[in-house]
Design a binder for this molecule. Structure first.
Ligand code: DHB
Ligand code: FE
Length: 287
């Protein structure tokens, strides 16, 4: 059966794409952020995942305010990208793995999640930036992906509890996927940030720290926050925390913190990068 080796949470700010294109990784503004990936690179080099199952939010490339699925799962053989208007180079495509996509869709619908299934899907900065941070350079990303979109844009948003449960459903599905693929779970965006309105530029270090700690030891503790609470504590775009929560839910084994980097600011965000190692043997024993 497939094995979930761990999870990575990371910001997905588009400006990172221009910093990469301009080679600014050692520039004083960017260095504290990019340095946070050295440990991740060593870990990825050692663990060599075959597949990335990625929770992120679409920012208008697939869905807009007129039609916005709460949960959308990609089931394509390839995911291209397009110009989103951020002035960053258009990314190359990512390879899909439709068998696993359909396995996850079947399991999630079986668990009573109403999924929008997407046999065509584009990937935006919320996926292309994290993948490029994890596997820098021009040789492409050495993984196949299953993109899972969570609505963090058009209210009403799914609750923290619902996203944690979706993650758990996805994790169980991966655990029962035939073969011996190594699977990495990704959750992107956050942490606290607000791009517009009276509180534009809002950051909340204390809440971010609490979320990072609880994601390791007790993710259920975060379900006490309503979406209104999360908007208040993390900012209107800080609700991208939901992607991190779903990622954590998919780690079905025993979870330990492998690495953490937290740096303010990267563009308008408190930029966090975290590695969660998953001892999958524990999940197998429980099953
Ligand atoms: C920024 C942050 C985001 O999450 C995003 O999707 C776009 C831009 C920013 O801080 O610039
Ligand atoms: Fe975003």
């Amino acid at each position: 059966m497939a094995r979930i080796i761990g999870g990575i949470g990371t910001t997905h700010v588009p400006a990172i794409g221009s910093a990469i294109a301009k080679g600014l990784q050692n520039d004083s503004y960017w260095k504290p952020f990019f340095d946070g990936f050295h440990h991740i690179h060593k870990w990825l080099d050692r663990e060599r995942p075959d597949i990335v199952v990625a929770f992120s939010n679409d920012h208008g490339l697939n869905f807009f305010l007129d039609k916005l699925p709460t949960f959308a799962i990609g089931a394509a053989a390839e995911y291209g990208s397009e110009d989103e208007g951020w002035g960053i180079p258009v990314s190359h495509a990512a390879k899909g793995i439709p068998d696993l996509s359909w396995h996850i869709i079947n399991a999630a619908v079986g668990d009573e999640f109403d999924i929008t299934m997407c046999q065509e899907m584009l990937i935006d900065h919320a996926l292309t930036i994290p993948l490029s941070l994890m596997w820098p350079g021009d040789s492409g990303w050495p993984v196949r992906i299953v993109p899972i979109g969570i609505n963090t844009v058009q209210h009403p948003l799914p609750s923290v509890k619902r996203c944690l449960e979706l993650g758990r459903s996805v994790g169980r599905a991966i655990d029962s996927f035939p073969g011996d693929a190594k699977v990495l779970i990704l959750g992107t965006g956050g942490l606290s940030h607000q791009l517009d309105g009276e509180r534009a530029g809002f950051i909340n270090k204390d809440f971010d720290k609490l979320c990072m700690d609880k994601l390791v030891t007790d993710p259920d503790a975060l379900t006490r926050y309503s979406i209104r609470d999360v908007v208040e504590q993390a900012g209107s775009q800080g609700v991208e925390l939901l992607n991190w929560v779903a990622m954590r839910g998919a780690l079905t084994g025993t979870v330990t913190e492998g690495h953490r980097n937290y740096h303010i600011p990267i563009s308008n965000t408190a930029a966090a990068t975290m590695l969660f190692e998953n001892n999958a043997a524990a999940a197998r024993k429980a099953a």
